[in-house]
Ligand binder design. Structure first.
Ligand code: 3HC
Length: 302
């Protein structure tokens, strides 16, 4: 008799109508919902700069990027709904703290250079984390990730180009870019999750081929990618312990402040309260749209 694990081990895709262990379904709902929540909350840090972009070109690029993030959230809520959960339930779980969004979006964006640091580092980390998800065992999630990753590469490139422009501009522009990189580097490393030794879900998620690489492996891949990119920018990464280890074939890097990570996850980051308050008021202000859509759907169904 072929078991579910046999299918996973044979790299078969699991589709919504297939039999699946309840724990497989619930961990996918958890991860996909939190991914979707991250995309939606992730619109806030950059959205606040759309009206303040320094040129029409930069405004158009940032507008396109923030709209993409909204679309990613909708794809992912759609993927989560194939597992038999309603979007409203997921949003309620976000609003009352039963579900999370990525720690990274709880940091402030005080300068325009933050738009570059987010594109280069946050979207860069997202790409490293999300490309393997295109091979996730759950079909709808993997397929959503293929399109999302294509758009993420535009997000990362526009951020990198923005930082490159600032870093090769006036001394004030270069120091603004350096300050943003200093503030976003370590929180970007935390995006990959806790150390493997403290990851509660990795072992099972990897056995089910939801997670294809461990948190630490993807974090290391991201560091190795960023060091040469920072050199081309002419900016330094804020880690005195960063150095090439020929024996390992990777960059060694300093200790991450996991106390900060835990504080942010516990709701005590710089912007947690503002992000959730803004999210809830946007949800409340949008109630009339949802009511109108329901009324229209009901009338069309007659
Ligand atoms: N922020 C918030 N919570 C985090 C976290 C982070 N950066 N990293 C881990 N956690 C939470 C986990 O959710 C889990 O808590 P839970 O049981 O309450 O859900 C706990 O910490 C233990 O972590 P694990 O490593 O055991 O959890 P996972 O196996 O789920 O791994 C993950 C964490 C690597 C983030 C994984 O969930 C994942 O790959 N998710 C999909 C990608 C994603 O959500 N990315 C978020 C950013 S989206 C984004 O960047 C948008 C882009 O456009 C900018």
């Amino acid at each position: 008799m072929v078991t579910f694990q046999d299918l996973i081990d044979a790299d078969e895709r699991v589709e919504p109508r297939d039999d699946m262990p309840e724990a497989y379904r619930t961990t996918l709902i958890r991860q996909i919902a939190q991914h979707a929540h991250s995309e939606i909350i992730g619109m806030q840090p950059e959205g606040s700069w759309i009206t303040r972009a320094p040129s029409l070109k930069r405004k158009a690029i940032l507008l396109a990027k923030v709209q993409d993030e909204a679309g990613h959230g909708l794809y992912l809520y759609g993927a989560a709904e194939t597992l038999g959960v309603a979007r409203e339930e997921l949003l309620d779980a976000l609003h009352d703290g039963r579900q999370r969004y990525s720690s990274i979006f709880n940091y402030p964006t005080p300068t325009w250079a933050d738009m570059g640091a987010i594109g280069w580092l946050v979207d860069g980390a997202a790409i490293v984390n999300q490309v393997p998800l295109c091979r996730c065992s759950y079909g709808p999630y993997a397929r959503a990730m293929v399109r999302i990753c294509k758009e993420e590469s535009f997000h990362q490139r526009q951020g990198y180009e923005l930082l490159h422009t600032l870093a090769h501009g006036t001394p004030e522009q270069k120091s603004m870019a350096q300050d943003a990189v200093d503030r976003w580097w370590w929180p970007s490393l935390m995006m990959f999750g806790p150390p493997d030794t403290e990851s509660t879900h990795s072992a099972q998620s990897m056995a089910w081929k939801i997670k294809r690489h461990s948190n630490d492996d993807l974090r290391q891949r991201f560091v190795d990618m960023c060091v040469p990119q920072a050199e081309i920018l002419g900016l330094t990464l804020p880690d005195p312990d960063l150095r090439w280890n020929a024996g390992r074939g990777h960059y060694d890097f300093g200790e991450i402040d996991w106390g900060e990570f835990k504080r942010v996850l516990a709701g005590d980051g710089p912007m947690n309260r503002e992000r959730m308050a803004h999210r809830k008021s946007a949800h409340d202000e949008g109630a009339w749209v949802r009511e109108a859509a329901r009324a229209y759907a009901a009338r069309s169904a007659r």
